[in-house]
Structure formats: C-alpha cells, structure tokens
Design a binder for this molecule. Structure first.
Ligand code: SAM
Length: 332
C-alpha cells in the first residue's frame, strides 16, 4: 500500500481543525480557507526530489523530465549553486522512495520543496563553519551539503532516536571523505551557544514547532488536545534556541530560522522578540529570493523583508514554511 493511499485513509482530527480554524482565520484572513483545503486534502499534496550530487544516477534527470518534472528553482535566484538540483511537478503523486542499502549512497531525497528555502536563504559557501542546530531527520543537512563544502559541519539533534535517524540519513547520502567534516551531537540546542561561543559562520535553526500538516491527522485526539495545550511553550523553546544560535555565531555571521507552522506566535513574534532583545542582531532582506521563486511558491503578503511564509495552494501545495534571516553584527 503506497504512502499516499495510507494518508488518504487517515482521518482529519476535528479538535485540531477547529483550533486552527479559529486561530488562522484571525491571523491569515481570507487566505486561510484555501490553505485549509490543501492541508486537509492529502491527495493534492506534492513532493519534490533533491538529487544527491555524490551519487549521480545516469538517466534520472531525463526520466524525470519525461514524467513531467521540472527544476523547482529558477536559475535567476540570488544564490543557487550549480550542483544543487531539485525537481518538482504540479501533478500530485509520489516518486518511489529508495530503500537504505548498506554501502550504497542514495540518488535523491524526497521532500516538500518549501523546506529548501531556508537552506537557500542560508547561502553557505565553501570553507564556512556551519551548525544545523535541530537537524533530524537530516533533510536540510543533506541539502546544505549539496550547496557547498563547509570547513566544518556540526549537525545536532537532542532526541536520541531521531539522532540515530539523522546519522543514517548522513550515511545514506554523504560519502566517506566528506563525512569526516561532519560532527553529529545529541545536545540540547539551547546549550550550544555557551559551549561553542562565536564558533560558526552560519547557523540553521529549523525549530521544533507545531507541525500543522501532521497535527491535522493526529490519530489520537487526546494527545492532540495535550499538544494544543502545550503549544504556547514552543515559542519560548524557539526563542531560547535562537538565543543560543546567536551566541554560537561569529560577528558577521548569519542565521536562518524556519518552522513548518503558520502560527504567528512561533514565527514573526519569536523573531520580533529576538530583534528587540538582542541589539547586535539585524534583519537580513530575503525578498529577492522570495521574488525569484514566486512562480513555484505562494507567499503570505504583507510580511517584512527579512521573513516569508509559504502558503500551500492547489498546484503549488508547498509549505507551510516560515523563513527568517538575521545577521550578528557584533559580539555581545
Ligand atoms: C523541524 S525538526 C528538524 C527537521 C530537520 N531540520 C530536517 O530538515 O530534516 C526539529 C527537530 O528539533 C529537535 N529538537 C527538539 N528540541 C530540541 C532541542 N532543545 N535542541 C535540539 N533539537 C531539538 C526535534 O527532536 C526535531 O527533530
């Protein structure tokens, strides 16, 4: 039975939908009803393929083109490394996933195309020291390594089981000589700033958040109610992770913050609080990137230049994904 079919058989969790209905009508206005239609219709969900430059599969790109896939990101982007290849198509349906085979690298990673926007916004260059603060299962770590070869790459994941999943992802996509540049740790991301102050050029904070897409299909309504009640605590965890990321950055370094929720409390509000409480942190304009990808992605209008919110839409069913970029201008 395919994953799409299994998703089709899943039930929408009514308490979560009611909660979202109230909050997102207030926050997004008219945009919410079409977003809701996509989020509650798994049969129109799309996926993209990120090709693995370390394991080129002959014929894959032409076979993708035959099946209606096109490059998801236009060459006109301010930052798009030549080796970074991602394909998507408008039609829903899934390309087969590759099984893990010991000793053999996978050729592609299946993902929501919007999850590559934080990686592109980070603009990693060869030789930079990079920290992926919340890294499991590792999709964005793999994507960062498609862009450039960092001097040192630290992938961190607090959760024990998920950190093993992260290690397996790295093993499946990254060849041995490069693996030596990567450190995997299982720390609380909130501590890394104090452990490694001013150590990194780039930090990605792909924060734990209320995962709108999956919460809507919670199988256990009691667990869903509990999650909704504990939702407020996520904002403070996200803020502390950001504080730690700022400490870990060298002056002149930058960070990207991302979540896969529409919730303002976990997005703009967290970034606003950080900007108002850290005088050495400045917003970075990412509107050029947003403009360049506006064919493939739909954005909430009226956001600030340093942030964007991808709204899922029919035929462009990517997101939800919030992205913000900040720069550390001086030591604290
Ligand atoms: C949105 S997911 C990351 C997805 C990942 N970046 C990717 O692209 O595959 C957030 C992760 O943060 C982890 N996490 C939760 N609390 C954390 C903490 N205090 N420090 C570090 N990671 C944490 C969660 O276990 C979860 O795996």
């Amino acid at each position: 039975i395919s994953l799409t079919l299994r998703k089709l058989q899943k039930q929408i969790c009514q308490v979560v939908l009611d909660h979202f209905e109230k909050q997102y009508t207030a926050e997004l206005g008219d945009a919410w009803s079409s977003v809701r239609d996509v989020l509650t219709s798994p049969w129109c969900w799309q996926h993209a393929l990120l090709l693995n430059r370390f394991s080129p599969s002959p014929g894959l790109e032409s076979s993708l083109a035959e099946q209606g896939y096109h490059p998801a990101f236009p060459a006109a982007l301010p930052y798009l490394p030549a080796a970074f290849r991602c394909y998507s198509r408008t039609a829903p349906g899934r390309f087969p996933a590759q099984k893990h085979q010991p000793g053999r690298l996978k050729g592609y990673y299946l993902l929501n195309a919007a999850s590559l926007l934080p990686v592109l916004a980070l603009e990693v260059r060869d030789g930079e020291d990079v920290l992926d603060l919340c890294a499991a299962p590792g999709g964005k770590s793999v994507a960062i390594l498609q862009c450039a070869c960092p001097g040192h790459f630290h992938c961190n994941e607090y959760d024990d089981m998920r950190s093993r999943w992260l290690e397996q992802t790295i093993e499946s996509f990254i060849p041995d000589p490069l693996v030596n540049l990567i450190t995997v740790s299982k720390l609380d991301g909130r501590q890394i700033g104090d452990l490694q102050p001013e150590f990194y050029d780039k930090v990605l904070v792909d924060a734990p958040c209320s995962n709108d897409r999956s919460w809507l299909f919670s199988a256990d309504p009691q667990q869903a109610v509990l999650r909704l009640m504990q939702r407020k605590e996520l904002s403070s965890l996200q803020f502390q992770l950001l504080r730690s990321a700022v400490k870990a950055l060298r002056p002149g370094g930058s960070l990207v913050y991302s979540t896969c929720t529409l919730s303002r409390a976990e997005n703009s509000d967290v970034i606003k609080l950080l900007l108002s409480s850290c005088s050495n942190v400045m917003p970075v304009d990412i509107s050029g990137m947003a403009r360049a990808v506006s064919q493939e992605f739909a954005f909430l209008s009226g956001t600030q230049q340093h942030e964007l919110l991808v709204l899922p839409e029919k035929g462009r069913a990517w997101g939800p994904m919030y992205v913000a970029k900040l720069k550390k201008v001086s030591s604290t």
